[in-house]
Write a protein that binds this ligand. Sequence first.
Ligand SMILES: Cc1cc2nc3c(=O)[nH]c(=O)nc-3n(C[C@H](O)[C@H](O)[C@H](O)COP(=O)(O)OP(=O)(O)OC[C@H]3O[C@@H](n4cnc5c(N)ncnc54)[C@H](O)[C@@H]3O)c2cc1C
Length: 256
Amino acid sequence: MEPFDPQVAVVAVAEAVKAQSAQVVILSQSANGRALLGRLAARLDAGSVSGVNALPAVASGFQAAKPVFGGKAQAIYTLTSPIKVLSLAGNTLQPEQTGAEAPVEALSIALPASRIQVRSVSKVEGTVPLPEAEVVVSGGRGLKGPEHWGILEELAEALGATTACSRPVADAGWRPHHEHVGQTGIAIRPNLYIAAGISGAIQHLAGVNSSKTIVVINKDPEAPFFKAADYGVVGDLFEVLPRLTAAVKKYKENRG
Ligand SMILES: Cc1cc2nc3c(=O)[nH]c(=O)nc-3n(C[C@H](O)[C@H](O)[C@H](O)COP(=O)(O)OP(=O)(O)OC[C@H]3O[C@@H](n4cnc5c(N)ncnc54)[C@H](O)[C@@H]3O)c2cc1C
C-alpha cells in the first residue's frame, strides 16, 4: 500500500484478526505501527499498549511492560479485554530460529478505497532525531574539547548517523543538551551505537544499553564500557575515528 493509509490497513488487519480468531496482535513501534495501534484497538474493542519492551507475561493475567519517564521506570499494564494489541519497541527482542512453521495464508478482504491523496512529497534533509536514529555516533570527554568534534561528525556523516554525547560533554557546553544520552538524558535504542572516548559509567549505559550492537573506542583497556560492548577497539580515538571514517567511505565507494 503506497502511501501507507492506516484507515485502509486497519480494515485489513482487523479482518485478518477476526478470521484467525487471534487474541494478541503485535505491531512494530514504527510510524506506521503507531498510526495503526489506536485505530485497531478501537475497531477490535481491544486493550492496547504502545512501545512495550518485553514479551507479555501471562502467568497471572496478561501483563505488558513498557519504559516510562525516558526509560527511568517501567510501567506494567494488565489487559483484560479478549483481544490485546501491542506495539513492540525497536531492538527489544532479537529474532530466534525455532524451526516452527510460519505458513503464509492468503485472505480475501474487501478494502475501502483510500481517502488519502498525495499531492506532493517534500523530504526533510538532515539527520534523524536521536530517539528514532538507527545509527548513533557518540563522543565523551575523551574528545578533549568541542574543537575536535569534526572527526566524530565525519564518521557520522559517512554512516548516515546521528551524533550524541555523554553528560559531562553537554554540561561543559561542548555539545547541545539535546544530544546527551543516558539516565538523565535521552534513552536510545539504535541498531548501532558507536561510543568514542566514553568511559561507560552506569548512568550513561542506562540510556544506551538497549542498542542492538555497541562499538566502543577507548584508549583504556580497563574502561567499563568494554564489558557492555559487542566490539571494542583499544586505541586513541584521534587515530581510530579517521581510519574508521576512511574505511566506511571506501566500502561505500566500492559498493557503488
Ligand atoms: C545522577 C547522575 C546522573 C548521570 N546521568 C548521566 C547521563 O545521563 N549520561 C551520561 O553520559 N552521564 C551521566 N552521568 C555522569 C556519569 O556518571 C559519568 O561521569 C559520565 O558518563 C562520564 O562521561 P565520559 O565517559 O564522557 O567521561 P570520562 O568518565 O571522563 O571518560 C572519558 C573516557 O575517554 C577515554 N579517553 C580519553 N582520551 C582518549 C583518547 N584519546 N582515545 C580514546 N579514549 C580516550 C578515557 O579512557 C575515559 O574512559 C550521571 C551522573 C550522576 C551522578
